[in-house]
Design a protein around this ligand. Structure first.
Ligand code: ATP
Ligand code: MG
Length: 407
């Protein structure tokens, strides 16, 4: 409100736009607020003391209120005159930096419900594209020629799935049609941008719905091709159960305001293909631990060409996987050693999730639950179990242990 009034008092037009207006009209709490104005970024900067300009090609103003940032953009247009220069041969937009009128600004947005402008002067909502009606009817309608709009920016397809999931809206048939056929264009989007989209899809409290929509439109296969292949071969089996259970848990945690970590979620999403690959390697004679490490390496390398998982998440993710092969050792000091591992808790949660999905041995999971409940002390071995009194030593065991840093 301060930003809007301040711009208005300085003689400019200023509107709240996008998700802020949409969510307020739906009675939801907006995630962030975007403001648009006819003032240029330099004029915006001159209007506020607490303002910084960002972006090179397209400049935006950030107005600061303590830790809050309100993004103020100048009306933009999608001028046909620039079309030839600003698109790739597949129609993807490269440059998008021409100032325009409010109406032009509205039409270059994605869905009609995202193109509503709240006008501070008379408390009205400006609607150039029928967004109010779509909002009331629960419809997502991609403005303009939907195929061209999907080609310009394939991420709009993911946004369609995301808003459908989050708001419980349906896609207008005109909007749905190109999405079911153009998913492959996501291969041209930068993996870093797709990582951001994946977080919004799966870590914001509506992950189960996102997963279902993405699979419905064939978009999940574009983001996680190896996982999709595993899901298809074991339709209704453990990969499905495990992913859904994890997403459900994550949604619940988000709703309760508890922390969630992308490392765990990616570990779940990619586990089915990692396990398949590890099995194949084991069948070729590799030890389980080595097989898992190699499978993890292969899978991550392939996955990164689609979705750029930053190292701070991919490293713990791999640890969660590789630790799975160590849960089978329940004798001697090995359980305590495993429990002291910084990633033990996440790996343990992962084991329980696997057991719930029917993929890990429930007896083993039970053993570890008891181990945890007993404060990390393994239960006494049964009579027929031999418990080594000293750490086992193979020939040259000491040396070898030192030489294998992963152990
Ligand atoms: P969220 O609640 O997730 O922030 P949002 O609708 O505010 O939803 P933003 O990514 O914050 O989404 O974008 C703000 C606005 O910018 C959108 O409402 C839309 O009008 C416009 N916009 C964002 N991304 C695109 C895009 N890829 N193509 C066209 N318009 C877009
Ligand atoms: Mg937003």
């Amino acid at each position: 409100m301060k930003v809007l009034y301040h711009l208005k008092d300085a003689g400019y037009d200023a509107y709240l736009v996008g998700g802020g207006v949409r969510d307020l009209l739906l009675g939801r709490e907006p995630k962030d607020f975007d403001v648009v104005t006819n003032a240029t970024p330099e004029q915006v900067k001159a209007t506020f003391r607490n303002c910084r300009l960002i972006g090179r090609r397209f400049r935006l103003a950030h107005v600061y209120f303590g830790r809050e940032i309100i993004e103020v953009a100048t009306f933009r247009a999608n001028r046909p005159a620039d079309r030839d220069l600003a698109h790739t041969d597949k129609g993807m937009i490269l440059r998008d930096n021409v100032y325009g009128t409010i109406k032009e600004d509205a039409l270059r947005r994605d869905f009609t419900i995202n193109a509503l402008y709240y006008d501070i002067r008379d408390f009205s909502v400006v609607d150039y594209a029928g967004g109010m009606q779509d909002l009331q009817e629960g419809v997502l309608y991609l403005m303009g020629d939907p195929e061209i709009r999907c080609r310009e920016d394939p991420v709009r397809m993911l946004r369609a799935a995301r808003f459908a999931a989050r708001l419980g809206f349906r896609l207008h048939p005109d909007t749905e049609a190109p999405i079911t056929t153009l998913g492959g264009l996501l291969a041209d989007v930068s993996p870093a941008r797709l990582f951001e989209e994946v977080l919004k899809l799966f870590m914001a409290g509506y992950g189960v719905a996102s997963f279902e929509r993405l699979r419905q439109y064939g978009l999940f296969a574009q983001l996680f091709p190896d996982t999709e292949a595993a899901l298809v071969t074991e339709e209704g089996g453990f990969p499905h159960t495990m992913v859904l259970q994890a997403l459900k848990d994550t949604d619940e945690r988000v709703r309760e305001g508890r922390p969630v970590t992308p490392a765990f979620l990616f570990a779940v999403l990619l586990w089915a293909p990692v396990r398949l690959r590890a099995r194949a390697l084991e069948a070729n004679g590799l030890a389980p631990y080595t097989a898992l490490q190699m499978a993890a390496g292969d899978l991550v390398e392939r996955q990164l060409t689609r979705v750029a998982i930053p190292r701070r998440f991919s490293m713990p993710m791999r640890e969660i996987w590789v630790l799975q092969s160590r849960f089978r050792h329940t004798k001697g000091k090995r359980p305590q050693r495993l429990a002291a591992h910084p990633r033990f808790r996440a790996a343990y949660d992962f084991l329980l999730l696997r057991a719930r999905a029917g993929e890990a041995d429930p007896v083993l999971a039970e053993w570890w639950i008891r181990f945890q409940e007993d404060g990390g002390v393994p239960s006494p071995p049964s009579a027929d179990e031999e418990r080594p009194t000293r750490p086992r030593r193979r020939r040259g065991g000491r040396r070898r242990r030192k030489a294998a840093p992963a152990e």
